[in-house]
Design a binder for this molecule. Structure first.
Ligand code: C2E
Ligand code: CA
Ligand code: CA
Length: 768
């Protein structure tokens, strides 16, 4: 087949067939012609003889033999092809000659026959002419055929060359190929091929660029996915199949395809439902899809993914971003936000959440909830003697032991250094609670050995019950706290339940604090009273002590006794002190501008305020603002604070002195400070506590102590003030003791500003 399909072979075949059929045609033609010619000659001769037949017969009958011979002779002579005529008639036989050719015609006679011998010369003649013509034709036809054949063959061979060339074309390398010389058609084909090649080339380049950029983008996408730790997926809403794509598959060890159920199996149970719902909703109404969910891969490794998706023609195209670190960090932060780092117990924030939850549960199920406030006894002492590190160890062990004895439904938290809060859910009565407390105490009977020292920790415990004592969390905590304080005051290692009396105390406390906060916002509720101080040696007013009073909107006029200790507990005291400081500066300014420039105003500074970092700065600021004579302001600090942190106290006092203020040590005598210690403090005045003064006339001890204090002051060259001088008798003793200044009801109670000014104006020293 291939051979025939080849144009060259086909050409050979066609050429051979044409040549053969040409020859065959000639042969057949010649054969026919020669036959026809034979017949024609035969026909002509027989016709000629037949025409003469009658003449012959007549001549024979007549016996004109010679004439016959003549006649025959004539015929033969004239005919070019008749060689001999033989006549048989009756018994007679006539012969022209003896020639007997192969070609003869027999013509019957009534009494014999005529046989004509003749030569086929017509054919010869024809052939003579035909061969010449044939040779002539053939000599033109065959060479031209051969030439044509060779020509076409050559072209066809060139086609093969072209084909070979075309075959070897690498369109990536060439954009055109050179022309094969010769034929117009080949040239055309070459041109066409070149045109095509150019297009192919362009297409190839475009395709190459396209593929290159696709590959580039694919790589970029994969790199981006790797960097951002994400993978893309496709979910077929009808087939319920997830197909996961990209190289990050390996990173998370995912399969490339999951059924929805299979995929959901891997999602953490708590995230499963929402994920499924959102996927279905997206498939149904194209709603937005964004879920953060845990996912366990086939190796059970947990990842967190943020998955987002969009619906496109029944398919969700989505990406999932690895947010494991973020979520774990968040969980850690959440854990830290809700746990105490030392003991790993829940902290205050957690307690509040849990408290509210249990209260709600109790409300629903009609169950009680007990709040136990535990405070470790003597923890400060343990901490100070064994060191903080061991204190921490102790707390950890205690936390573990307490946790162990509690039921699953109970909750324990650590809310401060040595304070724990336990919530007991579903308790029935106080006995019930006491049993649990016993268990807690029991867990601590075995000593905790730290640094070879066995420690027997005990707790003071306060208890309040929801809903019996309150239905408010903060209040319940307050009640448990106050009950715990009560237990502590009652000798520690015991448990107290909140009761009505304690409740009142605590409520009073909070009411006062709240009211105080309000009062501090105003200017007229908290006012200063002034108690005159009399210099008994010079018999004149040396100044006054500023003492705060509160015009409470409901409770009326209140002395410090009703609120100062509360303010100290709540730290509102520093605000009060700042308020008093400011007021004192205002007053001093007025006094110094209005003829009371010698009066010294003493003010009380609480330990809290004294320890404030900006205490000195505040003084400087006020001094700068009011420009008063600082030597007329005396700052009273109690003996107890001055003892707490010696070097700090000394440095602050020195600063105060540097600014030009005076310093008094208040309530002296109660703090047991040594002479040695007192020596180091820069101060001006010693105020002897009224506990010693008020009974000077009856208690010899007080007299001795007061005498001693005065001696010390004399040694140190300090002024002395006797507080609480109420009677003339006491005044006499004070005078005898050579105390410099007296402050007490004997001269005056604390007075409001205008009364005090009047007092000063009208003052005349007298002893009634
Ligand atoms: P304190 O500093 O020892 O003040 C002297 C207290 O003794 C005043 O009580 C005063 O009224 C009272 N007193 C004076 N003379 C006599 C007397 O002859 N007999 C009796 N029985 N008492 C006398 P007050 O005003 O009730 O103040 C009580 C305490 O409250 C003060 O004791 C002081 O520690 C504190 N305090 C008062 N005002 C302020 C203040 O503005 N700031 C601060 N931080 N504390 C203040
Ligand atoms: Ca005072
Ligand atoms: Ca005092």
């Amino acid at each position: 087949m291939k051979r025939i399909n080849s144009l060259k072979n086909l050409m050979n075949l066609v050429f051979s067939i044409v040549l053969l059929s040409f020859l065959l045609y000639i042969v057949v033609d010649l054969y026919n012609i020669s036959n026809t010619l034979k017949e024609l000659q035969k026909e002509r001769i027989s016709l000629a003889i037949k025409n003469e037949k009658d003449t012959f017969v007549t001549l024979l009958r007549l016996g004109f033999i010679d004439e016959l011979k003549e006649e025959i002779n004539k015929i033969i002579t004239f005919s070019k092809d008749i060689e001999n005529i033989e006549i048989k008639w009756k018994d007679k036989k006539f012969n022209y000659s003896n020639i007997k050719t192969a070609n003869k015609i027999i013509i019957p006679l009534d009494k014999g026959k005529i046989t004509v011998y003749y030569q086929n010369n017509l054919i010869d003649k024809f052939f003579d002419k035909y061969i010449f013509r044939f040779v002539l034709y053939a000599s033109v036809f065959i060479p031209s055929m051969i030439i044509l054949f060779l020509f076409i063959r050559k072209k066809i061979l060139k086609l093969n060359v072209l084909a070979k060339k075309l075959e070897s074309i690498n369109f990536k390398k060439i954009s055109s190929f050179e022309k094969i010389d010769g034929s117009y058609e080949i040239e055309n084909i070459t041109n066409a091929v070149n045109k095509l090649l150019k297009q192919v080339n362009r297409f190839y380049e475009n395709q190459k660029n396209f593929i290159y950029s696709v590959v580039k983008y694919k790589n970029q996408l994969e790199t981006a996915q790797k960097i951002s730790e994400m993978f893309s997926w496709e979910y077929d809403c009808q087939e319920n199949i997830f197909n996961i794509m990209g190289k990050t598959l390996k990173m998370f060890n995912l399969k490339s395809s999951y059924t929805l159920n299979d995929f959901l199996e891997h999602i953490l149970p708590q995230d499963r439902k929402i994920f499924e719902e959102k996927i279905k909703r997206l498939c149904k109404n194209g709603e937005e899809f964004e879920v953060v969910h845990g996912f366990r891969n086939k190796e059970n490794k947990l990842f967190y993914f943020k998955s987002v998706g969009k619906l496109k023609k029944n398919k969700i195209i989505g990406v999932s971003l690895n947010v494991t670190d973020e979520i774990k960090r968040q969980q850690k932060i959440e854990y830290l936000a809700y746990h105490d780092s030392l003991t790993s117990l829940p902290n205050r924030a957690y307690l509040k959440d849990e408290f509210l939850r249990l209260m709600n549960l109790g409300k629903r199920d009609n169950k009680k909830l007990a709040v136990l406030y535990l405070d470790l006894d003597n923890f400060k002492m343990i901490n100070d003697t064994l060191g903080h590190e061991n204190g921490d160890k102790l707390l950890i062990t205690i936390a573990q032991r307490l946790k162990k004895v509690l039921r699953k439904s109970d909750f324990i938290s650590r809310i401060g250094g040595d304070e724990f809060i336990i919530l007991l859910y579903g308790i029935q009565d106080k006995k019930n609670i006491k049993d649990i407390i016993n268990k807690l105490v029991q867990s601590l009977t075995e000593p905790i050995v730290i640094k070879q020292t066995p420690i027997y920790p005990t707790f003071s415990i306060g208890c309040a019950i929801y809903p019996d004592d309150s239905e408010n969390m903060e209040e319940l905590l307050k009640y448990a706290d106050i009950a715990m304080y009560h237990a502590k005051n009652n000798g520690k290692n015991s448990c107290e339940f909140i009761n009505e009396k304690l409740k009142k105390q605590i409520n009073d406390y909070y009411n006062i604090i709240n009211d105080l906060k309000e009062a501090l916002k105003k200017d007229d509720e908290l006012v200063l009273f002034f108690q005159p101080k009399i210099d008994i040696k010079n018999k004149k007013i040396s100044g006054a002590e500023a003492l705060i009073r509160w015009y409470h909107p409901q409770k009326g006029f209140l002395t410090p006794f009703h609120f100062i200790s509360y303010a100290e507990k709540s730290n509102l005291i520093t605000q009060i002190d700042r308020y008093v400081l400011k007021k004192s500066f205002e007053i001093l300014k007025r006094w110094q501008e209005n003829g009371f420039k010698d009066l010294i105003l003493a003010i009380n500074i609480s330990p809290n305020e004294f320890k404030q970092n900006d205490f000195i700065d505040n003084l400087k600021m006020l001094l700068n603002k009011y420009k008063i004579d600082p030597s007329k302001l005396e700052i009273e600090i109690t003996e107890t604070i001055s003892m707490q942190n010696m070097s700090y106290t000394v440095s602050v006092l020195e600063e105060i002195k540097k600014l030009g203020f005076k310093i008094a040590i208040d309530d002296f005598g109660t703090g047991y400070s040594s002479l040695n210690y007192l020596k180091k403090l820069p101060f001006d005045t010693l105020k002897i506590d009224q506990v010693f003064i008020k009974d000077l006339d009856t208690h010899t001890d007080d007299l001795i102590i007061t005498e001693m204090i005065v001696q010390i002051a004399k040694v140190l060259k300090k002024q002395t003030v006797a507080e609480g001088v109420e009677t003339k008798k006491i005044l006499e003793i004070v005078k005898e003791l050579e105390i410099d200044v007296v402050q007490g009801y004997y001269f005056s109670k604390p007075l409001n500003e205008s009364d005090f000014e009047n007092y000063v104006k009208n003052f005349k020293y007298s002893e009634k």
